[in-house]
Ligand binder design. Structure first.
Ligand code: ADP
Length: 498
């Protein structure tokens, strides 16, 4: 069953129940009110009769003497269409006493024989000569002894009430049928209206699936209700999918591009070796290109695994200063053939919670970039400090700097600025270093930012939350941080320069 059919059915069922309940209530209340009016007429009549009648003792032998009812004139009530009968109860048997003129036709048949002998006033229904009657039987009681002396029965025909009730029932039933039909039509229309936008969404999704057109967006002229919001979320989702898809396409194109250069070089070298025989220079070239491809594949693999959450980093207490010193020592070895002044600025021991290998990757990437993009004669300064909550690491260089337009994009995968390509013609990078650095920083709940001025240099700033030991925290021995001897290390680093 479709949602539309189900909605129609629910609406119609609900409206039918309401209409039937309303109709039944109207019918019951109307009938109850009409019978209530009859009942008050009967009560008034019976009260009048009992108030105007007297009990007289019948002279005779023995005690207690029998009482006789001296009735008020019963014909008084003929005009109101009320039948009246008076009965005496002698030895628990009803004996007909008198009746109003309009009830004479009944002879000595009681209006309702089953109710005679009752000690309380009671209403009943009875059919006499095919005429439905509403009857009130009231007792006449001798006040001194509490003995039942007789019963007065007053009755009126129910014909008018029954006819009115029947007509009302027909009207209610007819309106119920009309209302149910109307309710079904209305609910079909409502559910159709409510589902039109969903049909549009389905069509749009089908057209996207059919034509691979990610440009499709839905238009919504209605209010920002649930459907309006659904359409806006759908459009946002399409925008996001489109963006991710284009990023993915660019990513694949970039990888292919990056792999093409080393593969061409390898092919060239192999062709040379085939023609002229194996030589050491060609083999070295092939080896270098293979290493380059291996680096690219490793970086890509790491980013891909980081994307789907396949890398778990365990954050343990670590001295960030040790990590920085180790990376700086390696960087100095790497740059030993360059005329660069690499040294520490303000430097203080700082402890954070981190992953040693990932942090090394982060600092090395920043230092390698600084070395790569700073011409000989330049300076690279590394500082480490903290504020109340964060460790702050900066890597400052006096290199080629980064243009404002490039600054937003340097953390994107495979992005390399034009200036850096010109500066570094034998570019060894792939534009992945900063993407990896950003991922590492974010995995440590930190931030990375850059400030730069073209031709004057750049400063990369990394902040990572400081390590705050919990009370009674037990650190396993292999995770205990080691403190660096900064003055000694500083001397060692600076001694290298001399
Ligand atoms: P790669 O260094 O392999 O090209 P990165 O992701 O590390 O890739 O850097 C991306 C780009 O950001 C670089 O190509 C360069 O244009 C720019 N960049 C990064 N670090 C610096 C720096 N210290 N000075 C100038 N430009 C930089």
């Amino acid at each position: 069953m479709t949602i539309r059919q189900r909605l129609t059915l629910y609406y119609a069922a609900l409206l039918t129940i309401i209409i039937i309940m309303f109709g039944t209530l109207t019918y019951v209340v109307m009938r109850w009110t009409m019978i209530g009016t009859i009942d008050s007429t009967l009560v008034e009549t019976a009260t009048l009769i009992t108030n105007n009648s007297r009990l007289l003792p019948v002279p005779g032998f023995g005690a207690p003497s029998r009482m006789e009812i001296e009735l008020a004139p019963l014909d008084l009530f003929r005009a109101s269409g009320v039948y009246v009968q008076a009965w005496e109860i002698v030895d628990d048997k009803p004996i007909f006493k008198e009746s109003s003129l309009n009830a004479r036709g009944l002879g000595t048949n009681a209006l309702d024989p089953t109710m005679l002998g009752h000690h309380e006033s009671v209403f009943s229904h009875h059919t006499v000569n095919n005429v439905a009657l509403r009857i009130l039987t009231v007792p006449i009681i001798q006040s001194s002894s509490g003995r039942l002396v007789g019963n007065i029965q007053v009755a009126t025909e129910l014909e008018t009430v029954n006819r009115a009730s029947k007509q009302l029932l027909i009207v209610v039933l007819a309106s119920c049928v009309f209302a149910i039909f109307g309710a079904m039509m209305l609910s079909m229309w409502f559910s159709h209206r409510a589902l039109v936008p969903i049909e549009h969404i389905t069509q749009a999704a089908a057209s996207i699936a059919g034509t691979n057109d990610l440009n499709t967006r839905l238009r919504w002229k209605g209010p920002p209700d649930e459907l309006g919001k659904l359409i806006s979320v759908f459009n946002q989702m399409m925008g996001r999918i489109q963006h991710l898809f284009s990023v993915q396409q660019r990513f694949v194109a970039d990888i292919s591009h990056e792999l093409r250069t080393p593969l061409t070089a390898i092919q060239g070298n192999i062709a040379l070796m085939k023609r002229y025989g194996v030589d050491a220079a060609s083999l070295d070239d092939v080896e270098t290109e293979c290493q380059r491809m291996t680096r690219l594949v490793n970086d890509l693999l790491m980013l891909a695994r980081a994307d789907y959450g396949g890398i778990t980093i365990s954050l343990t207490p670590i001295d960030l200063d040790s990590v920085v010193i180790e990376c700086l020592t390696q960087a100095k070895i790497l740059a030993k053939d360059r005329q660069l002044d690499i040294h520490l600025g303000h430097f203080q021991p700082v402890r954070i919670k981190g992953d040693y290998e990932r942090l090394k990757q982060l600092v090395s990437n920043l230092l390698n970039n600084a070395i790569k993009f700073t011409p000989d004669g330049g300076e690279i300064i590394v500082t480490l400090g903290s504020n109340h909550e964060q460790a702050i690491l900066t890597v400052k260089d006096t290199g080629i700097g980064i243009a404002k337009a490039d600054m937003e994009r340097i953390f994107d995968r495979f992005y390399q600025s034009e200036a850096s390509r010109v500066h570094h013609t034998d570019n060894e990078g792939f534009g992945l270093g900063l993407s990896i650095a950003k991922w590492v920083v974010e995995a440590h709940h930190g931030t990375i930012s850059v400030s730069s001025e073209p031709k004057h240099g750049s400063t990369f700033t990394v902040t990572i939350p400081l390590y705050r030991p919990q009370q009674d925290e037990e650190i396993p021995p292999h995770q205990r941080p080691t403190r660096t001897r900064i003055p000694a290390l500083r001397k060692m680093l600076e001694g290298d320069d001399e």
